[in-house]
Design a protein around this ligand. Structure first.
Ligand code: ZN
Length: 150
């Protein structure tokens, strides 16, 4: 691993340009899921695909490994967080479920709840996966997905 900011001439060591450059390197690496050294000089590992899901349909295992890698690479090829968020948003479908319970009076009726469908998209098409697989393949946090679902 190389540290691009170390390639700068020594006389500009504490220069403004170098600081900006270093910030950009870190920001870019973080968005792209690459290995980088953080501000404290601690190594942050490259992102890799997470754990398989344990749902009934075993959707993670049904996706061939090469395809999982393709989905992962496609996500991290997006250069900004906004692009990644927009990409994920397009793969989350939200629908409202209204439970039909005719004999329950209006006051006790349960509020409508929302249900989400998650998809992954690769060269062989779009397929539905569970939330765990969606998070695992894109290696994103539950919080980020929750925020996007709103
Ligand atoms: Zn699953």
């Amino acid at each position: 691993m190389t540290f691009p900011w170390k390639l700068f001439p020594k006389k500009r060591k504490k220069g403004q340009k170098q600081v900006i450059y270093k910030n950009e390197v870190i920001k870019s690496a973080r968005v792209r899921g690459k290995e980088y050294l953080n501000y404290k000089g601690i190594k942050v590992n490259q992102r890799t695909i997470g754990e398989p899901c344990r749902c009934r349909s075993c959707c993670f295992d049904k996706i061939p490994e090469g395809e999982r890698q393709e989905i992962f690479d496609r996500f991290y090829a997006l250069e900004t967080k906004n692009e990644q968020d927009a990409y994920m948003q397009a793969l989350i479908e939200c629908s409202e479920i209204s439970r039909k319970r005719p004999r329950v009076d209006q006051n006790n009726a349960k509020p409508k709840s929302k249900s989400y469908k998650y998809y992954v998209s690769s060269s062989s098409g779009k397929r539905r996966v569970c939330k765990t697989t969606f998070i695992s393949i894109n290696e994103v946090t539950v919080d980020r997905v929750r925020r996007l679902s709103k």
